[in-house]
Design a protein around this ligand. Structure first.
Ligand code: B12
Ligand code: SF4
Length: 498
């Protein structure tokens, strides 16, 4: 069958700093290609919407599959499904991905028949079976993880083997548009799946039922060897939890003589515990590390159930500095912050040499805070659930909250554009320009057009067509911690913390 797989457009705020390849649909594409289907991939982070219309008209796909990892993309995804169905009434539309998995029933309602089914959980194993069912071989609503308006199958199954098929990277056209900061162009790779921790604000662990799986070092090396880009973003939620796994992949890289520069995300305690692995990777080309510190005091860390102490975060930053890594830190801004709190965070951020970024505390479906906080929402407009808008009541008037938020981001941004830094940045820009790469340079311009109080505030006044459903109210006497039944997409066997 002819299958068009689509990734929606980027959330503008992330586009300043990065744009990365859609690894999830590249993996689904690979599974469908192995099953004999003809697959095209269209990434609307890179191409304009017109191209979607053009491919529908010219190629007439029989199946349109849309990826919905980010909640803020819900209205766009519903619209894409409607466009596909009205252009090609016979085509079948399926939607999968992280957010789709948590709000499947609501999505089907919003789409009013334009989406035939939602695929919850991992897509590689089930997507070919969905296509078989579309072709008349079996009943859609009985398949694991599949949700239709007529009924749902049993819970989704984890794929038996992460190694096959490898992502179909060849299908992502215009790959030179993928970058993160000066790692331009940049490919993505996955070494592990899942996370054994259970932070209250995060849904990465609930999606995979708190399981954790690793790709064999040989397969990781093979995948990496096939990447043409000089830079690689490792998408793992927490890199190198298991030191022997990180070391074994490093051995593969040495054996194959691969030279790349890497960006990864990890936790402070993992960096402290497995310092030798990160030191080895620094020699292999690791340059950038993202540490989700989330808070700058022990109370905040406890509130997020980060299971790490402030002293560990501080030591981890020292280790990263000693290793010569450029570290980006995320701090979660709570809607309850007042002007003094913003000032304290600004001061702290100016004193550390790292790149500090703020996101706004946002209870997403699939998180514990979704079940405990969502009744306090001040908006249910999906588009505002992008960790840059406040969706909970703010202690400051909303305009003041945004003014402080933007001011803080601005101060932090300028910190890295001081005279010395600007000189380095220009040097990098010139080098990339000489190689025909302009993503990094364009990024430097964009900041003030994206981060503006008026703009953030104005976004709350847009007419709302699709509204997020709320979870059922908590039962009287229910234990305070939500159960796996209420949270998990995959019902896997949890692994213990390292
Ligand atoms: C890599 C990543 C990114 C990359 C994005 C790369 C890209 N273009 O997709 C970058 C760094 C750019 C990024 C940015 C952001 N991210 Co992010 N990201 C991730 C991360 C860590 C891994 C995703 C991934 O690639 N996994 C590996 C692939 C193989 O898996 P997958 O994409 O999930 O796909 C599988 C299934 O979902 C399914 N599937 C997916 N699509 C489809 C389609 C069909 C048809 C089918 C059948 C199946 C299917 O099958 C795939 C194979 O099994 C996840 C956390 C997580 N573990 O999921 C957070 C996560 C998705 N991100 C999140 C957030 C909040 C953001 C930001 C808003 C953060 C910010 N500070 O601005 C931005 C917004 C980005 C944007 N849209 O513009 C949240 C999502 C919250 C939500 N519910 O909306 C997550 C869950 C992290 C978290 N801790 O909560 N992110
Ligand atoms: S360690 Fe990171 S990925 Fe794991 S639950 Fe916490 S925030 Fe989510």
């Amino acid at each position: 069958m002819r299958v068009l797989l689509v990734h929606p457009s980027p959330l503008l705020f992330s586009e300043i700093y990065l744009r990365l390849e859609p690894l999830g649909i590249e993996r689904v594409a690979a599974a469908l290609e192995s099953a004999g289907h003809e697959v095209e991939l269209l990434d609307l982070q890179v191409f304009a919407r017109e191209r979607f219309h053009a491919r529908l008209r010219a190629w007439r796909p029989e199946i349109v599959g849309i990826s919905l990892n980010y909640l803020a993309n819900v209205p766009e995804v519903v619209e894409l499904a409607q466009v596909a169905k009205s252009a090609l009434p016979g085509c079948r539309v399926l939607v999968g991905g992280h957010s789709a998995s948590f709000i499947a029933a609501a999505l089907l309602e919003h789409a009013e028949g334009s989406i035939d089914c939602i695929v919850r959980g991992e897509g590689e194993a089930i997507a070919p079976r969905v296509l078989e069912a579309f072709a008349g071989g079996g009943e859609l609503k009985t398949l694991p993880g599949v949700v239709t308006r007529e009924g749902s199958g049993p819970p989704p199954l984890l794929v038996a083997n992460l190694e096959r098929p490898m992502p179909s990277r060849h299908l992502a056209a215009n790959r030179r548009r993928y970058f993160i900061g000066e790692l331009d162009p940049c490919a993505s790779i996955e070494f592990t799946r899942g996370c054994p921790w259970d932070c209250a604000f995060c849904s990465a662990w609930t999606f995979y039922g708190r399981s954790y799986r690793t790709l064999s070092p040989a397969a990781a090396g093979e995948d990496l060897a096939g990447i043409r880009e000089p830079n690689v973003f490792i998408v793992d939620d927490v890199a190198f939890i298991r030191p022997e796994h990180g070391m074994a992949i490093a051995d593969e890289i040495d054996r194959r003589g691969i030279r790349k520069r890497y960006y990864l995300e990890t936790r402070a305690d993992v960096l402290l515990r497995n310092r030798e692995v990160f030191a080895r990777w620094t020699k292999l080309g690791l340059r950038y590390m993202f540490l989700g510190l989330e808070a700058i005091d022990d109370d905040g860390l406890k509130q997020h159930r980060k299971r790490v102490r402030l002293s560990e975060n501080e030591r981890a930053l020292e280790v990263a500095r000693e290793l010569g890594l450029v570290v980006a830190i995320n701090i979660i801004a709570d809607p309850d912050w007042d002007a003094d709190r913003f000032a304290v965070v600004r001061q702290w951020a100016l004193e550390v040499p790292e790149i500090v970024h703020l996101t706004v505390n946002t209870p997403y479906p699939g998180t514990e805070t979704w079940l405990t906080e969502s009744r306090r929402f001040t908006t249910r407009d999906y588009r505002l659930f992008d960790v840059q808008h406040a969706v909970l009541p703010t202690r400051l008037p909303l305009e003041r909250f945004y003014a402080e938020f933007v001011r803080t981001q601005d101060v932090l941004n300028r910190k890295h554009l001081g005279l010395r830094a600007l000189w380095d940045v220009l040097g990098i820009g010139v080098r990339l320009l000489a190689q025909g790469q302009t993503n990094f340079l364009k990024m430097l311009w964009k900041f003030s057009s994206v981060y503006s109080t008026e703009r953030l505030l104005g976004d709350h006044d847009r007419p709302v067509r699709y509204m997020l459903d709320l979870p059922p109210p908590p039962d009287v006497g229910r234990p305070t911690r939500p159960s796996p039944d209420q949270l998990y997409v995959h019902r896997a066997t949890a692994v213990s913390l390292p």
